[in-house]
Design a protein. Sequence first.
Length: 95
Amino acid sequence: MAEPTGEELLARLVDRVRDTNRARVEAARLCLRTIPGDLLPIAGWALDRLYVVATHSGVTLAPALGELVAAELLAGEEREELARFRPGRFRSVPA
C-alpha cells in the first residue's frame, strides 16, 4: 500500500476537521523513523565522545529519557535505569 500524498492527507483533514477548507499543503516529506531492532530504546555511549539516544516511542519516553540522559551526561555516571538500553547489546559476541 502506497503512502498517502500531501494532497490526500489534506483532503482527509478537510473532510474531518471543521474550518480547514482554506488549508494548503506547503511541503510534504516522507522520512524514515528510528526503530531499534529489538524495539527497545537505545541510550548510552556508542563510541568515545558519541552518546546516542534512539527510540520508536520518543513522544512518550522523551521526558524520562531526557532527564536520565542529561543526568548521565552532566554527572558522568551511568544511571541504572538505562542499563538494559545500552547500545552495546547490539555488538556481536566473538565465538
